[in-house]
Design a protein around this ligand. Structure first.
Ligand code: ADP
Ligand code: MG
Length: 236
């Protein structure tokens, strides 16, 4: 069974009496261990798709099966539960809590999942993104790239099989974006399935497969040729 199975997935938003179509029927399969970049012009439905795949929203119609569970038919609490177990999120704007240390930010998903706070696991996640020596820094005391590393540590802390990023390098300069891609590649090499949205062809070239969207439809689905390997900058 595939990790992700999407069949004829549709989503439209209601604004007053108007229906705004965002996804018009897309189908694809993603296997465990893939590294997928989602591309397409602004408004093509990328974030809508990520919200559906991430179990943050439900489709208007169609099927979404995540790890053998039909998420399209779940109620809100079932979707929240599967989200906490299976998915780690990384956002363009990092979304860290400003007054909390890197360590406390990393511990947050455990609290959301009603699990005991496991400081050792949070420290381990911060070590994996190269921030083991910055665990008591607050976001303001960290660079943009370091803040995104904290966000990745936070996404890893419940050990989900899937990592999602919606434009995770969108607010970073090229060198820092490449560093972040080196972390995603390392996680993917270690077995995590990674799915990111990006505008930048060079960022997408670090993935193994590119899905291109246009007007709410899947326009192309290609394996990456001449894949780039991001070489991380030595640090600490
Ligand atoms: P992308 O991420 O590719 O830029 P989106 O998925 O955000 O595209 O948007 C796809 C379409 O759905 C756009 O026309 C957008 O205006 C519309 N849309 C997205 N989110 C909402 C929402 N919450 N309410 C109404 N329309 C939305
Ligand atoms: Mg978007």
């Amino acid at each position: 069974m595939s990790l992700i199975l999407v069949r004829d997935l549709k989503k439209s938003y209601k604004i007053g009496s108007m229906e705004v179509p965002a996804l018009n029927g897309v189908s694809f399969i993603i296997e465990e261990g893939e590294f997928v970049a989602i591309m397409g012009p602004s408004g093509s439905g990328k974030s809508t798709l990520m919200n559906l795949l991430g179990c943050l929203d439900r489709p208007t119609s169609g099927t979404y099966v995540l790890d053998s569970e039909d998420a399209s038919k779940m109620n809100d609490s079932a979707r929240a539960a599967i989200r906490n177990r299976k998915i780690g999120f990384v956002f363009q704007s990092f979304n860290l809590l400003p007054r909390m240390s890197a360590l406390k930010n990393t511990l947050l998903p455990m609290m959301y999942a009603n699990r005991r706070k496991d400081t050792a696991m949070a420290k381990d996640a911060l070590n994996r993104v190269g921030l083991g020596k910055r665990i008591n820094h607050t976001p303001m005391q960290l660079s943009g790239g370091e803040q995104q590393r904290v966000a990745i540590a936070r996404a890893l802390v419940n050990d989900p099989p899937l990592i999602f990023g919606d434009e995770p390098t969108g607010n970073l300069d090229t060198a820092t974006g490449t560093e972040i891609m080196s972390i995603f590649q390392k996680l993917n090499d270690a077995g995590k399935t990674v799915i990111i949205v990006t505008h930048e062809p060079e960022i997408a070239q670090h993935a193994k497969r590119i899905l291109r969207f246009r007007d709410g439809l899947l326009e192309s689905d290609e394996l990456v040729e001449n894949r780039l390997t991001a070489v991380p900058k030595p640090r600490e």
